[in-house]
Design a protein around this ligand. Structure first.
Ligand SMILES: Cc1cc2nc3c(=O)[nH]c(=O)nc-3n(C[C@H](O)[C@H](O)[C@H](O)COP(=O)(O)OP(=O)(O)OC[C@H]3O[C@@H](n4cnc5c(N)ncnc54)[C@H](O)[C@@H]3O)c2cc1C
Length: 382
């Protein structure tokens, strides 16, 4: 197990609030305790954990190129699982104009500063985004001694659990501005204010703050997949994976939030359990399957994971596919068709960009291997 950080455990290492481990360990732990417990489980299961070991690429023969404090080396493996997670799109990629002051960051950087280095980079923050991780940023700010003066989303409502939103409103008194976006950031040398635009009316107003935290709007950490020439899914922009989490390159699997940005940590961890079965079969000599049937989403649907149906019709992690829309949709009938034949249809209650909806997997046996892509669409209501 290779990780470029000094400690294993990924994001939960620096998310010091409670609530990790519910689905996989059936208990509520803080992020660091959860990370430590999973690392301990991996070690006691026989894995050698090498930290400060960054995988930088692949040799032509398929070996991994690793850089560590002791130097560079190559590592050959018969199976490789990419579990590099996802990250939040930073300000530069969101093309927000203004000056370039200090105090603009993602939740991940905020959490590292507060929890790993004991410093809070501001006192009055604007949080951009209103999904689970945005509320995690709110908690982090509070632990660091800062206050969120506004949470801003371009969606018509927040996309977290109602209890989180209620808690934030009551405990932290943080106003939620829906259908708003940050259209300018100003200040020198630190952030002094942001300009917010009401997307319904086009009116703008300035909000005084010294910190802007960009949350959500995920990009999978897919560099190693790209370097390996692995096909990416156009929806998730992570590697295209079948339900056993096999990529298009024999011997290379992908698990966790590289496949779906961003699910909670326990969902990522359970996909690790799931991929282990396919890895074991591969190591036991099971042949790599022929390319399966891709599942494509038509707008306004955004992505589905896993996104390929293999000939072995393996069940997906937790027996379900995860689906997101590019925008918040009211309850809607969804249909999945292949070459004009309906594979599945049903009404889904909640669909949006910030939280996944489960799609059952009972249609997988009806997919014709060798046929066209399966198309998932949300016909406009009549
Ligand atoms: C800021 C933030 C806050 C979050 N808060 C919560 C929360 O409160 N609760 C929750 O349930 N979920 C939360 N999430 C969702 C989070 O993504 C999951 O919790 C979970 O950590 C995903 O697991 P993962 O293994 O897929 O990825 P990660 O946890 O991101 O782990 C990926 C690991 O891969 C390593 N890595 C990447 N590239 C390389 C490379 N080339 N070589 C070596 N190592 C590499 C990284 O160092 C990292 O340790 C949060 C996510 C973010 C970004």
């Amino acid at each position: 197990m290779l990780d470029r950080e000094a400690e294993p455990g990924g994001i939960p290492r620096h998310a010091k609030h409670q609530g990790f481990g519910l689905r996989d360990l059936h208990r509520a732990l803080s992020g660091p305790s959860y990370a430590a417990r999973l690392a301990e489980r991996a070690s006691s299961g026989g894995a050698e954990i090498r930290t400060e070991s960054q995988v930088t690429g692949w040799k032509e023969d398929g070996a991994l190129e690793v850089t560590s404090p002791t130097g560079r080396y190559e590592l050959e493996a018969r199976a490789v699982v990419l579990a590099t997670g996802c990250r939040e799109r930073p300000r530069s990629a969101r093309l927000i104009p203004g000056s370039r002051p200090q105090g603009v960051m993602t939740t991940s950087t905020l959490q590292q500063l507060v929890y790993l280095h004991g410093e809070c980079p501001g006192r009055r923050a604007v949080i951009v985004g209103a999904e689970h991780v945005s509320f995690s940023a709110l908690l982090t700010l509070s632990h660091g001694g800062a206050r969120a003066v506004a949470m801003v989303t371009d969606q018509p409502e927040h996309e977290t659990f109602a209890a989180f939103r209620l808690g934030a409103a009551l405990r932290y008194r943080c106003p939620l501005l829906t259908r708003h976006s940050v259209t300018s950031i100003r200040g020198d040398p630190r952030v002094e204010e942001v300009e917010l635009t009401d997307l319904r009316t086009g009116t703008t107003r300035d909000v005084s703050c010294d910190l802007v935290v960009f949350t959500a709007d995920w990009i999978p950490d897919h560099e190693l997949a790209v370097l390996a020439g692995i096909e990416l899914d156009p929806g998730t922009r992570g590697p295209a994976v079948d339900a056993a989490l096999r990529t298009t390159r024999p011997g290379v699997f992908a698990a966790g939030n590289i496949n779906h940005g961003a699910e909670t940590a326990d969902v990522a961890s359970l996909s690790g359990d799931h991929v282990a079965i396919a890895v074991a079969r591969h190591l036991g000599g099971e042949p790599w399957p022929q390319p399966g049937v891709p599942i494509r989403c038509e707008p306004p649907l955004g992505w589905i994971a896993p996104n390929v149906v293999g000939a072995d019709r393996a069940p997906p992690p937790r027996g379900r596919f995860l689906l997101r829309a590019a925008e918040r949709l009211p309850p809607r009938r969804i249909e999945l068709v292949q070459d004009g034949h309906r594979l599945w249809s049903g009404r889904l209650r909640r669909l949006g960009p910030g939280r996944s909806t489960s799609l059952p997997a009972d249609w997988v046996a009806r997919v014709q291997q060798g046929g066209g892509a399966a198309i998932l669409r949300a016909p406009a209501p009549r």
